[in-house]
Design a binder for this molecule. Sequence first.
Ligand SMILES: C[S@@+](CC[C@H](N)C(=O)[O-])C[C@H]1O[C@@H](n2cnc3c(N)ncnc32)[C@H](O)[C@@H]1O
Length: 213
Amino acid sequence: MDNQKALEYWKNLSKTPDLTQQSVKVNKINNHYKEDANFILRFTDKNTDILDLAAGSGGALNLYYNKINFVLAVEKFKEFSNFIVRADNVAIINADIKDFDTNKKFDLVLLFGVMQFFNEQESKQIYTKCKKFLQKERGESKLLIKQQFGLKEDVFVEYSNELKQRYFSTYRHIDKEIELLKNAGFKTISKFDIYDKKANRWDNTHFYALVCE
Ligand SMILES: C[S@@+](CC[C@H](N)C(=O)[O-])C[C@H]1O[C@@H](n2cnc3c(N)ncnc32)[C@H](O)[C@@H]1O
């Protein structure tokens, strides 16, 4: 699996009629936007600048943007980012996060619900780039990641029974992801179990948030 394969699903979805903000949620049952926003806000104050990579339709962003200084949302598909709030402190760029680059520095970089769509090599490149985006001067800059990870081994998905279509995703083992992040230069990685038990519907994967410094 590589991101190109995973993007088949997102591209097709972006072209479907009657999109809503919730369309980018693969699991339509649970909604974690509030928990995500509350978790993000634990690491912010009114001066915080955020880079939200693969921001989707802004489900969490629309809940946290008015409590921080600035957020730059990067999302490949305009059809999804159309749902992101328009405000003076919100900027939106429609770009592939593999190609996206900037000299601007941020206090927080977010990768929520997206790294399962990249293979290890692609992920290492993205994590290395994220290090460069982080602000050194303020000393407390962090990369936050949230998604499902494999519990016993890597879990590969090529077809979704729920979606009834090809759907490429790789839930790497949580320890492997932590190692990958260390190899990309992050020194401290803390793991948080941020959702209610019932959010974890599969016994071989688990949602975690990782705080990387
Ligand atoms: C499950 S959604 C998560 C969206 C948002 N971060 C959230 O938590 O609600 C995954 C998003 O990743 C985006 N995506 C996947 N690959 C991408 C890439 N290479 N560049 C930019 N966006 C990408 C998809 O378009 C989709 O909006």
